[in-house]
Design a protein around this ligand. Sequence first.
Ligand SMILES: [Zn+2]
Length: 252
Amino acid sequence: MRYSRQEIIKFIGKNGQEKIRKTRALVIGAGGTGSYTIMSLAMLGFGRIHVIDDDKIEITNLNRQALYNEDDLGSYKAETIFKRIKKINSLVNISYETSRFDSSNYEIVRDFDIVFDCTDNITTRMIINDACDKFRIPWVFMAVSEFYGQVKLINPGITACFACYNRDPGEIPNCDVTGIVATTASIVSSLAVNTAVKFILGNTDEDLLLIDSLNMSIEKIKINKNEKCRSCSLHDYKYLGRYYSNLKGIIP
Ligand SMILES: [Zn+2]
């Protein structure tokens, strides 16, 4: 009964719902995009969700991070959302860890069928990209800033990867300095989960989505695979070989 309203959709059906149930999802980051992503995955009926995030809930998070409230201030985001999801859908096998995803623990991606990038910085995305390319795990990139966002499905060996069209990170600001609202986090993470569901059900849409919620437009950009790409062509996984952290860049 729980999924009857989505099983009657022709594109999903009972077979599609079973595919969703069997999908093991890793969500890296439980902040703005992460909280909405995890909530959507649980409502859709993803059977297995693992959350990794080492942050604690702060008052400045409450303008956009779903499922957290004032009583949660100071608590770990991963643990808090784990408890909330248990109440939303007890059928989901959800787990969490309060650690930072970086080059010391990247091998966790190989235990999952799809990875959701809900981080806020390019360095961690490069680590996700290298790790997912190495173990051939599809992942969904998403990014938000102010009223704008980006989403792209990256399927190693098939689509362009993140390093194909992004340079190595320099001093790129995250949302602490650029600003972000709940509506953008919700829109972008919904489109990212939607892209993942389509992919699981056999409809791969690999274009980069550029979302502009001020002018109400979504532009689809075709990204070609870069035949000289460090990551997906040359398999030079430099973000896995040394210790990379999104706080300090390279730590030798
Ligand atoms: Zn590439």
